[in-house]
Structures are given as C-alpha cells and as structure tokens.
Design a protein around this ligand. Structure first.
Ligand SMILES: [Zn+2]
Length: 481
C-alpha cells in the first residue's frame, strides 16, 4: 500500500565459518557434532596464561574470499579484544578485528527481477566464534544451562555490506549469492543448519527520495535465505506502520522468530554494549605481503561470473543455462565433462538441467554424489544425435542407466530400443494406422491437416515409440497421397 511512498535501506553483516580443520588460535579440531567439550584446550577455554597462535590456513581462506569479492587486502591488520560478558565466551572477550580489518571495499552484483545492481562491501574482518549455550535437552534444563565450548575459537570472517539493498528480495539474493561464492571458493561449507553461515540485518525505512537514513533496527542471527526475506519484509512493514501513525522507530536489536513469523525486541540502544575494544596484546599485527597474496591467487578458481560467460561462448548455450549450470563448481564441472564427451553443449545442458537435476532433486541428492558419469550421459546424447534412438525412448534409457551405470548403447541393444529405420517395417505400421483410422484419414484428405499429428502419433504408438519420427512422417504423407 505504501510501497511507493517509502524506501527500505538494508545492509547485511554475514558471519561465515572458515572450513579449516583446526581452530583459529589453537590446534583443536572444528568437527561439527562432536561430543560437547571434546574439542577444547587451555587456549580456546580461555585459561590464564594460554597464548593464541594464528592459524595460517584461516588467513589464506579469509584473503581468498576478500580477493574474490574485489576487496583491498590490507598489508597490515590488527586483532583486538571485544570485551563483553557471556557464559559462552570463556575469556570475557572475543578476539576480532576492529579499527584495522583484514580487507576494505569490494562488492557483489545481484540480480532481482531481471535488474542487476551492485552491493558494495565495507569490510571483511577475521574473528573467533563463541561457544554455545544449551538451554534445552537435559533432565535439569528447567534449572540449569550447559555450555559447549567446541565452537569456541572456530575461525570466522565477518563480511559487512554497505546499506545498498532496497528490498527484502535484494537482501535475500545478496546473502544467497555470497554463500554461493564462499562455497565455490571452498573457504566455507556454507552449511546454514550447522550455523556455518549467519546473517545480521540492519533495516531502516525512509520516505522515497530522501537522502538521510531512517532509524535502523538490527535483526540478529538469521540462518536461512527465506527467513531473512521474511524478517526483512516484516521489519519494513513494521517501520512503515510506525511512521504512518506518526511514531518514531526506536533503535534496537531484534530477533527473528520463525515460528510466529515476527521479529521481537531483544535490547534497545540504551542497553547496547560498550565493548571497550583494544588491540590484542598476545598477537602481533597480521601482515599479508605480496607473496602471500600471490600464493592465494594461484589457488583461485575461475569465478562463477567468468565461468558463466565462458560457458556461453565455448559451448554455445544460452546465458540462462550457463547461470543455472554455474550454481556450483561441481555442477559446472559435470556439465563441461558431459558437453566435451558428447560434442553437443546444448544437448548436455538440456539433459543436466532437465532429467539430471530433476532426479537429484527428487532423491534429495546433490551433484557431488551423482551416480551417472558424464561420459555415460554423453553416450546417451550421442545415440540421439545419430538418430539411433528417439528422444522419448532416451528418457526411458536415462532412467535405466542412472543408477546401474550401464552404457546407453548396452541398454538399447539388450532391450531392442533402437529406432526403426527400416522402411518395410514402418510402411506396414503406417498402412495399419491408415486402415484403422478411416475417419481421421478422411478428415485429413478433406483438408483438416491437424489430424496428421494424430496419425503420426498412432504410428509412433504402433511401433512402441521406436519409429524414426521423420521417416514415419514421410511415409505417412506418401501413403495419404
Ligand atoms: Zn583449543
């Protein structure tokens, strides 16, 4: 109703867990789902006298993400202590980066409803995760809370965007694109159910055309694209509603409740923390020199957008197809292997976007574990291209080869599925169809040419789908005079 009168302004802060085997400042493992407090040591438990040592691989992953997102990696960045008290934070402070983060600038293009816009990034910094408070699931959970420190000091990057998004859909798209890239780079597993990726959203609303920002609300810890979109929609409506009634939006931190589909207030600005940041005395400044950047760049894969453009050119497929096929590196790899082996990019794209993705989807599987080898799929495409089997038969063959790993050729031979290209055999079927469908034949001869399709269909049916459609059509025309 007031969509045109108001404009939403959205900025996101995304925490991504880096997929290192060990934590950011100690050698403890980062395995998800391990028994509580089985992956801890004096460093990540914050015991007195324990000293942090920075994980080099975590730095490489953070630098890789920063470079892929076009950020300026800083030659020197500084870890700081962010002081606050919380039971899952054993040291009483979190080691993060504050005034001097790892990387500045950069950005990401997003496309919503066919419109592409750029979302600039403010910064990317490194930090450690906190532990996890467990308030449920124990016999005495009504009286006690428990803490699992396995997650304490797991490496994170926080990616902060500029307030460049103008709708809930843009916010969700940015979050989703960012996940795709981090997973593509293999710097994060992007597993949102396991908390590897979480999003905080800053939302405000102003009159369209105004340049000053409205008062923002921060929605914390949203862990799905759909919830983010819903939370943003809810917040935008809530702000507009307050403004329409002449009220003022309070600055506060809110939580999304997926059960009720609403956000609710967690704390107001007055209760906001003063984190008393100061440089971490136990860690030297983080120096990223040109040799480290060169080393990370050498491991950089071709990025999704560049690969998308290349697939369009190299395999002559539409941009839409290339966009679908570059949703993950594994899917793009699968497509390229199939297209090369089949020598037919468009057919490879059609089969993968159609039958392969549909089958994976039905079974809740991913392309990483597809049982059908690209070369096997290419064999099927080759049989269609040479006219050995019709495309309708090919779908049956696909179903039979998907799990068995048998080649299309073996299945076609064993089951006698090759197209009937023998004129004598087809003429017999055509004559039979013409004889049994005298009405349709009469209509056709009287000028109602739509019935031709019906008659071809009968010939295909009479041949159990195996007639060469082109030949069947030619013979039928000849027979009908
Ligand atoms: Zn540890």
């Amino acid at each position: 109703m007031n969509d045109r009168k108001y404009e939403a302004v959205i900025g996101l802060e995304i925490h991504a867990q880096l997929r290192t085997r060990t934590k950011i400042f100690c050698g403890c493992r980062t395995d998800f789902g391990a028994p509580p407090n089985s992956q801890v040591c004096p460093v990540c438990l914050g015991l007195p006298g324990a000293l942090p040592v920075l994980n080099g691989r975590a730095v490489d992953y953070a630098v890789k993400a920063a470079l892929a997102l076009g950020c300026r990696v800083q030659p020197e960045s500084v870890f700081a202590r962010k002081n606050y008290f919380y039971p899952d934070l054993p040291k009483g402070y979190q080691i993060s980066q504050y005034e001097r983060p790892l990387a500045l600038g950069g950005g990401l293009d997003i496309t919503v409803d066919g419109v592409t816009s750029r979302v600039a990034l403010t910064r990317i910094h490194m930090e450690e995760d906190a532990g996890k408070s467990l308030h449920e699931g124990f016999v005495d959970s009504d009286r006690r809370s428990y803490v699992d420190y396995n997650r304490s000091s797991v490496p994170l990057i926080e990616i902060v965007s500029e307030p460049d998004m103008r709708s809930a859909a843009e916010g969700a798209e940015f979050f989703s694109r960012l996940r795709d890239i981090l997973v593509w780079l293999e710097v994060s597993d992007g597993n949102m159910e396991e908390g590897s990726l979480r999003c905080d959203a800053n939302v405000s609303v102003r009159l369209a055309g105004e340049s000053t920002l409205g008062t923002k609300a921060e929605v914390k810890n949203v862990n799905s694209f759909r919830y983010l979109e819903k939370a943003l929609e809810y917040e935008i409506d809530r702000h507009i509603d307050i403004l329409e009634r002449g009220g003022r939006v309070p600055q506060e931190t809110r939580l999304w409740d997926s059960a009720s589909g609403r956000t609710h207030s967690m704390r107001s600005k007055e209760e906001a923390h003063d984190y008393r940041y100061f440089p971490e005395p136990d860690l030297p400044p983080l120096v990223v020199d040109t040799s480290r950047i060169a080393r990370v760049l050498a491991t950089m894969p071709e990025l999704p957008e560049a690969r998308c453009r290349r697939l369009v050119e190299q395999y002559a497929i539409p941009a839409y197809d290339a966009g679908v096929l570059t949703q993950s590196a594994a899917l793009a790899d699968y497509f390229e292997a199939t297209a090369r082996a089949a020598g037919n990019g468009k057919a490879a794209s059609n089969w993968i976007m159609g039958e392969v993705l549909r089958t994976l989807n039905e079974r809740g599987e991913t392309i990483d574990h597809v049982p059908l080898a690209p070369e096997t799929l290419a064999g099927l495409i080759a049989l269609i291209d040479t006219g050995t089997i019709s495309s309708s038969i090919a779908k049956d063959v696909f179903g039979k080869m998907y799990d068995s790993g048998r080649s299309a050729e073996a299945i076609v031979t064993a089951e006698g599925l090759a197209q009937i290209g023998d004129e004598d055999v087809l003429v017999a079927i055509v004559r039979d169809v013409v004889g049994t469908h005298a009405d349709a034949v009469a209509q056709y001869r009287a000028g109602k040419h739509q019935t031709f399709g019906f008659l071809v269909g009968q010939v295909m049916k009479g041949s159990a789908g195996k007639a060469n459609p082109k030949l069947a059509s030619d013979l039928l025309k000849r027979e009908l005079g």
